[in-house]
Design a binder for this molecule. Structure first.
Ligand code: ADP
Ligand code: MG
Length: 353
């Protein structure tokens, strides 16, 4: 045991981003067509005037979803949507997906057909083609890996790295609801496990549950920005939580930022549910994750053009790197923003994306 501890490093020590960095830092790109590789929501490939963007994401049973409360059709839909969200985060339009699955023998053909009904629905809604994938068996559970390919004009691609001091920070919708939806589902699961006869009471929580089980990607926001001729200076999709994803932008852009607590949109039902769970609503918005809203920055000169954008919220401003990343609270205090992004390797964080 001692020898093991000396020789091998626990993956938890590095965390997700540290591990990716460690594994990939010595790779260099050889191809002229590789405009951007690792480190954004999607890779960018140059083929002629148009650029391709490529992104991949994996969902693992017991880590990212629990089949006790995730209907398979919704799961198929969500597996596609979370990938398309990364394509939109580059200001690109998704065109094709591949879907790979690894499954144990507990899954029936009918169950997988249900999963694919969800995938098909997402293809219809987002106008993308399923063009391939891979199918294999697994000793336990279900793993779904989706790769999405999108297209964009070279000049409209938005990276995490383009934010400048004075830029305005915007998000495309409310935050925290998906996390609270998950808390409700977990609560009901515990109740069911301790008393299988009990009927879950989920009728009143439709919005929060839908945000968790069947999220949408912001196709509409990308279309609006294109129509208005606005190219954000930077963009990311909020998958880990506003705090963590804003930090990615600030780190990649070498800038600081402040956001105003009072401007962060939280729906009334999310506020109420957070309080029921004895959580601070702003914490669920900052650290909840899985919202799949877009977080983007624009030059001040574009402010007029997004003023009437549906469900857009202006929440703060980009500052100098030395100023750090701060939250201006409703009470008038200034706090450094902390990211409590989910550690995917921690067992007690199972079911967080
Ligand atoms: P997102 O949350 O937007 O899906 P991630 O945080 O998963 O992005 O990944 C950050 C970056 O690291 C991306 O460019 C992704 O493609 C890359 N990446 C993640 N895992 C690996 C891996 N195992 N090998 C190579 N690149 C990886
Ligand atoms: Mg992303």
């Amino acid at each position: 045991m001692d020898g093991y501890e000396k020789k091998f490093t626990d993956v938890n020590k590095l965390g997700e981003f540290g591990l990716i960095e460690k594994l990939t830092s010595e790779f260099t790109n050889r191809q002229e067509s590789t405009m951007f590789g690792i480190g954004d929501d999607a890779a960018v490939l140059k083929y002629g005037k148009e650029h391709l963007v490529v992104s991949t994401d994996m969902l693992v049973e017991g880590i990212h979803f629990d089949l006790m409360y995730s209907p398979l059709k919704h799961l198929g839909y969500k597996a596609v949507v979370v990938n398309l969200s990364d394509i939109y985060a580059m200001n690109a339009i998704p065109k094709q997906i591949t879907v790979s699955i690894a499954l144990s023998s507990k899954f029936s053909v009918e169950a997988l057909e249900e999963l694919y009904r969800g995938i098909k629905e997402a293809c219809r809604v987002y106008n993308v083609d399923l063009i391939g994938g891979d199918t294999t068996s697994s000793p336990r559970g279900l793993t779904i890996s989706v790769t999405a390919i999108g297209k964009a004009k070279a000049k409209s691609i938005t990276y995490r790295s383009g934010a400048k001091k004075g830029d305005i920070i915007c998000i495309t919708g409310d935050l925290g609801s998906a996390y609270l939806g998950l808390q409700i589902l977990e609560r009901e699961k515990q109740l069911y496990v301790s008393n299988p006869g009990i009927q879950p009471d989920l009728e009143n929580e439709k919005y929060l549950l839908e945000r968790q089980l069947k999220p949408e990607a912001r196709k509409d926001s990308i279309a609006y920005l294109a129509k208005e001729g606005v190219i954000p200076t930077s963009m990311i999709d909020i998958s880990d939580g506003l705090a963590s994803d804003l930090m990615h932008i600030c780190k990649a852009s070498n800038v600081g930022a402040y956001i105003e607590e009072a401007k962060v949109p939280i729906k009334d039902e999310a506020q109420l549910m957070a309080i029921k769970f004895q959580l601070d609503p702003i914490t669920t918005a900052l650290n909840g994750g899985e919202d799949y809203e877009l977080l983007f920055t624009i030059n001040e000169k574009d402010l007029e053009k997004i003023r009437y954008m549906p469900s857009v919220y202006i929440i703060g401003e980009i500052t100098n790197q030395e100023d750090g990343i701060t939250l201006h609270t409703t009470g008038g205090n200034i706090h450094p923003l902390k990211a409590q992004g989910w550690n995917h390797f921690d067992e007690h964080d199972a079911n967080q994306n």
